[in-house]
Design a protein around this ligand. Structure first.
Ligand code: AQP
Length: 326
């Protein structure tokens, strides 16, 4: 295995959806063959949007079960919970002193979430990208597989790494984001102009990986479509393009191949076939999730914690020395 490191994380801010899977996780499995991989459950990030504690706990364990059900092998990669390695927040503070206000103010996710959660525009939401930079830089990460929405945050991690290196001397690896060509941005089923999101107000925005077959059928039946009758993609057909993207990615084929399957058929036929495809993908995963018990998952997460902690401690020691902290 190459020593080059990969880091990626997902927030347990709800149950992960097809957008998270198709945009990010789908490429993880292949990448684990090439990189020394670390997969984190970024629970501290989830706190930037108000969470109910019991639900956060449940979603954290559920997310670990989903990681395993999707095929991540804890023997081959490190899987752990962010809050269990305190160096993440420690490094985030130091990086906070390097990040500039205008750099954070221009973050699209901050702007979007400030609109979606007007009642809770907290400082954590604003400095979220700095904590994400710490997550990445702490492990000398070379590659960060993310969806298009996170590219801007990885850019900031690169900027902060360079700034630190210039001021304090060579310390951090400059990470690269890995973004898939297709599926990098899966849009909401209820609004194809905004990305699919776990914390969307309506559950009709997303297909959660734990949705049962009936729920999937209902959500796809209700999904917004464009005017017209033919099942075709195009810049003037954002809703159909999104549904066709999901269909093609699940079938590992091009959008053109998916379009061809539905020549002469209407939206109803297409939606039925799409629901079937989604359920075919979800059912084996759901079986694996329910076959995994909490105790097994916790053991995997604690093993991951001790592996990650060792790397993080070493890096923080170096950072503190460089900065002049005793
Ligand atoms: N709609 C999307 N299309 C493609 N990729 C996506 N990702 C998220 N949404 C889409 C990618 O999934 C990974 C994990 O995301 P996250 O949980 O860390 O945070 P997020 O990007 O903020 O995802 P959500 O679903 O929108 O969560 P909430 O609503 O809690 O903020 C990332 O790699 C992301 O790019």
């Amino acid at each position: 295995m190459s020593t080059s490191r990969l880091f990626s994380g997902i927030q347990p801010s709800g149950i992960i959806h097809l957008g998270n899977y198709l945009g990010a996780i789908k490429q993880w499995l292949e990448l684990t063959k090439k990189y020394d991989s670390i997969f984190c459950i970024v629970d501290l990030h989830a706190l930037t949007v108000r969470q109910k504690s019991a639900e956060l706990r449940k979603n954290t364990i559920e997310l670990a079960k989903i990681y395993l059900a999707l095929g991540l092998d804890p023997q081959k990669s490190t899987i752990f919970i962010q809050s269990q390695v305190s160096e993440h927040t420690e490094l985030a503070w130091i990086l906070n002193t390097l990040a500039k206000l205008p750099e954070l103010e221009r973050m699209t996710q901050f702007k979007d979430k400030s609109i979606a959660h007007k009642e809770n525009i907290n400082a954590g939401l604003f400095t979220y990208p700095v904590l994400m930079a710490a997550d990445i830089l702490l492990y000398d990460t070379a590659a960060v597989p993310v969806g298009e929405d996170q590219k801007q945050h990885v850019e900031l991690a690169r900027t902060l790494a360079r700034r630190f290196n210039e001021y304090f001397g060579e310390t951090f690896v400059i990470p690269e984001s890995l973004i898939q060509k297709q599926g990098a941005r899966i849009m909401g089923l209820d609004d194809p102009l905004k990305k699919m999101s776990k914390s969307a107000v309506s559950s009709f925005n997303f297909i959660a990986l734990t949705d049962d077959a009936k729920t999937v059928e209902k959500k796809i039946a209700r999904a917004v479509t464009d005017s017209g009758r033919e099942v075709v993609s195009g810049s003037d057909k954002p809703a159909l393009t999104n549904l066709l993207t999901i269909h093609s990615l699940l079938k590992n084929q091009t959008i053109a191949q998916s379009e061809k399957e539905f020549v002469g058929q209407g939206y109803a036929d297409f939606k039925k076939a799409l629901s079937l495809e989604i359920n075919k993908f979800l059912q084996p995963i759901q079986k694996k999730i329910s076959a995994t018990d909490d105790k097994t998952v916790l053991k995997i997460l604690f093993d991951g914690q001790s592996r990650a902690k060792k790397l993080a401690e070493k890096k923080m020691k170096e950072v503190k020395e460089k900065v002049g902290l005793i």
